[in-house]
Design a protein around this ligand. Structure first.
Ligand code: PRT
Ligand code: ZN
Length: 286
């Protein structure tokens, strides 16, 4: 039988849509409408397993799935030995210490002897141990933000993205202790056929992720400004240059980092660039 790679993704939650999006941008489609437990993809020998995120590291470790997409926090908290093969960048959040107003927090040492509620005892406990702080961890599986109010904890360590939840519960975020985003995890002991499938999948993911951070830019420029323009654009190899019918003018094309785009745009305008055209890139390689 031909090899099939199996991937565990979150059935329904913050990771679900984006996990499917990134795979779909790789030309791999899956019918996840009914969100059944298992579904075979088309366009690539990939089988999806839709499960709760907490179960993903364990399923990959046990061989129920070969790879998975999960928050780095869930992976680290699981403690299972797998490889993080890619940081996919989405669902980013931080694990922070939050205290009620009036708690005089000056650093982690302020937590000495306190009760700290969290859903991440391994990550939080590991950090406190490393800093030589002894505190009592109150492990709760949800609604960590209410534990101070109901009197079971003095402070909390919870995931934060916008900070609204903490504010609404009268807590101050005082220190970020860990950062997370969605990662792809994999078992190390896959057979060669599956390893080859994973290599092909990662190559596609890299092409998609690289393209997401770039814009393709095309413009006309007086030829004598070319060396300066090339310096402004930077990145990649040299830009593609085509002569125009108008003597002394060239057409230039290149990929540009999205983060630098406006700075590049303004510099090119200053150099006399005209007819600037900017396009999204769907996929690209180095
Ligand atoms: O049902 P299942 O077990 O699969 O899902 P789940 O409810 O356990 O997880 P889910 O879907 O809520 O989160 C999945 C992953 O998303 C987490 O493991 C994180 O890696 C990531 N993520 C990103 C977040 C957040 N941002 C986030 N803000 N996970 C949780 N939160 C919670 C946080 O715990 C707090 O309650 O959102 C609240 C804070 O949000 P703000 O915006 O008010 O700060
Ligand atoms: Zn969960």
């Amino acid at each position: 039988m031909d090899d099939v790679l199996s991937i565990a993704v979150q059935k329904s939650g913050r990771l679900s849509e984006k996990s499917l999006d990134i795979i779909r941008s790789c030309g791999i489609d899956v019918n996840a409408d009914s969100r059944v437990l298992k579904a075979m993809a088309s366009g690539f020998p990939l089988e999806f397993l839709f499960v709760r995120d907490d179960d993903i590291p364990g399923y990959v470790a046990d061989g129920v799935a070969d790879i998975g997409i999960v928050g780095r926090n869930e992976y680290d908290e699981s403690g299972v030995p797998l490889s993080v093969v890619r940081d996919l960048g989405f669902a980013s959040c931080r694990l922070s210490i939050a205290v009620p107003h009036g708690f005089a927090y000056t650093g982690l040492e302020s937590l000495e002897g306190k009760r700290i509620a969290t859903s991440y005892p391994r990550i939080v406990g590991g950090l406190l141990k490393e800093k030589g702080i002894s505190a009592e961890l109150v492990v709760v599986s949800g609604s960590v933000e209410v534990t101070v109010d109901i009197g079971v904890a003095d402070a909390i360590a919870d995931l934060v993205s916008t900070g609204t939840t903490l504010k609404m519960n009268g807590l101050d975020e005082v220190e970020c202790i860990y950062r997370s985003s969605a990662v792809m995890i994999a078992r190390d002991d896959m057979d060669e056929g599956k390893k080859e499938l994973l290599r092909r999948l990662l190559e596609r993911i890299d092409a998609v992720m690289m393209a997401r951070h770039k814009k393709y830019i095309l413009f006309n420029l007086p030829e004598e400004k070319l060396p300066e323009a090339a310096r402004v654009i930077g990145g990649m190899k040299s830009p593609t240059v085509t002569p125009l019918m108008d003597k002394g003018w060239v057409s230039v094309q290149s990929a540009v980092d999205e983060g630098r785009f406006w700075a590049v745009f303004e510099e090119l305008r200053r150099l006399g660039a005209e007819g600037i055209l900017v396009m999204n890139i769907e996929k690209m390689t180095e």
